[in-house]
Design a binder for this molecule. Structure first.
Ligand code: UT7
Length: 335
C-alpha cells in the first residue's frame, strides 16, 4: 500500500466583488448583521465573465497542475466535487477532461456539498493507496450566485454563499509516514431537508411538475437552510471528526499545526479553535473575503494557506468539513 500526498494546489475566484453593503441594496439585510453572524465581509460572484463551475474548476486545475511539476498527460483520474454543476448531467468532470485535453482518463463527479472536497480527496487517496492510479486531479468548484434567491425571502442563505474553485494534484508517496495518513467520512440522511435545494429532483420535483404548475413563486429551486439546526450539528460533528482523525493516528490536539475548516461560518471556526485551544496561526480562515464556497472552500483556503507560507514540510494538517446531507469528514495529513 502507498500513501498519497498533495503536490500542487491552485485556486480561482471571479473578479467581481460583492460587498455586504451591495447586498443591502437587493434585500433587507445589513453589513453589521452579516459580519456579526457569519464573519463575511464580501464574496465573489461571477458577473460578466461567462465563467461556470466547470471553467472555474479548469482555471484552478491549471494552476495546481503547473505547480505540481507533472505534465497534464500524467494525470490518471479526475474527481470533481460540486453541488452546482453546469448541467444536470453529465457532471463537470468530463468537461475538465475535455478542456484540459487529458487523453481519455476516468472522470468522477462527487455530490457531497460542503464535504465534497474532503470526500473527493478520500476517494483519490484510496485509488492511489491501492496502486490503481498514480496521479489524481481533485477539484472543488461552485457557482452559487446564479442559484440564490436574492430577495429578502432568501436572505438567510444568499448572504452567505460565494463563487470560486480550488484544485489539488495528488500523487503516490512511498513513505508511509508522509502525505495523507487517514480520511474519515460520515453522513446522516435523516437531516437531508435541513439544508436542501429540492428541484429539479427526479421523483420529487421534476421539471415537468414545475412547468405544469407554472408557479413564479416556486421556492423549490432555491436553497433552504435551517441555519441554527445546521450550526448546532456542525460544531459537534466538526469536533468529533477531527478527534476521530487524531485518535486514528495516535495524535493529540497539540500536534495540530494547521486546521483548515470548511468555511461555513467564521463563528463555527472560532468555536472549534476555542474548544481545541488552538492559536490563530493554527487555524486558517478566509470566509471574510469569499463567503461560503461549499466544495471549493477547503481547496481555496488550503491553497492560500500554502501560498502564504503557513504550511511547512512535516506539519500535521487537518481538513474538516460539514454540510448538507448531512455529510461530514476529515483528512489528516503529514505535509
Ligand atoms: O456550509 C454548510 C453548513 N452551513 C452552516 O454551517 C451554516 C450554519 N448556520 C449559520 O451559519 C447561521 O445559522 C446563519 C448565519 C445562517 C444564521 O444566523 P443565526 O444567528 O442562526 O440567525 P437566524 O437564522 O436565527 O435569524 C435571526 C434573525 C431572524 O429574525 P427574527 O426572526 O429574529 O426577527 C432572521 O429573519 O435574523 C434574521 N435574518 C437576517 N437579518 C438580516 C436572517 N437573515 C438575515 C440577513 N440579514 N441576511
Amino acid at each position: 500500500m502507498y500513501n498519497s500526498k498533495i503536490i500542487g494546489l491552485g485556486h480561482f475566484v471571479p473578479e467581481h466583488i460583492v460587498t455586504n453593503d451591495e447586498l443591502s441594496t437587493m434585500m433587507d439585510t445589513n453589513d453589521e448583521w452579516i459580519q456579526e453572524r457569519t464573519g463575511i465581509k464580501e464574496r465573489r460572484w461571477v458577473k460578466d465573465s461567462g465563467d461556470t463551475t466547470a471553467t472555474m474548476g479548469v482555471k484552478a486545475a491549471k494552476v495546481a497542475i503547473e505547480r505540481s511539476g507533472i505534465d497534464k498527460d500524467e494525470i490518471d483520474f479526475i474527481i470533481f466535487a460540486t453541488l452546482s454543476p453546469d448541467m444536470y448531467f453529465p457532471g463537470p468532470g468530463v468537461q475538465v477532461q475535455e478542456a484540459l485535453d487529458i487523453k481519455t482518463v476516468g472522470a468522477l463527479d462527487v455530490r457531497n456539498q460542503c464535504s465534497g472536497f474532503v470526500y473527493a480527496i478520500s476517494v483519490a487517496d484510496q485509488f492511489i493507496k491501492t496502486g490503481m492510479y498514480k496521479n489524481v486531479l481533485v477539484i472543488g468548484s461552485e457557482l452559487h450566485s446564479h442559484g440564490l434567491d436574492k430577495t429578502t425571502r432568501g436572505r438567510g442563505v444568499s448572504v452567505i454563499f460565494g463563487d470560486g474553485a480550488g484544485a489539488a494534484v495528488l500523487t503516490r508517496e512511498e513513505d508511509g509516514s508522509k502525505g495523507i495518513l487517514s480520511t474519515h467520512l460520515h453522513s446522516q440522511g435523516e437531516h437531508a431537508k435541513e439544508l436542501v435545494v429540492e428541484a429539479p429532483g427526479m421523483g420529487t420535483r421534476w421539471v415537468t411538475d414545475i412547468i405544469e404548475e407554472g408557479n413564479a413563486d416556486d421556492e423549490s429551486y432555491f436553497p433552504h437552510m435551517n441555519g441554527q439546526f445546521v450550526f448546532k450539528n456542525a460544531v459537534v460533528r466538526f469536533s468529533e471528526v477531527i478527534m476521530e482523525g487524531l485518535h486514528k493516528n495516535s495524535l493529540e490536539v497539540t500536534d495540530i499545526d494547521m486546521l483548515i475548516p470548511h468555511q461555513a461560518n467564521l463563528r463555527i471556526s472560532q468555536f472549534i479553535q476555542r474548544k481545541f485551544k488552538l492559536e490563530d496561526h493554527q487555524v486558517f480562515n478566509n470566509i471574510q473575503k469569499y463567503g461560503n464556497t461549499t466544495a471549493a472552500s477547503i481547496p481555496i483556503a488550503l491553497t492560500e494557506a500554502w501560498e502564504e507560507g503557513k504550511i511547512k514540510s512535516g506539519d500535521t494538517v487537518i481538513l474538516a468539513a460539514f454540510g448538507s446531507g448531512f455529510t461530514w469528514g476529515s483528512v489528516i495529513m503529514k505535509w
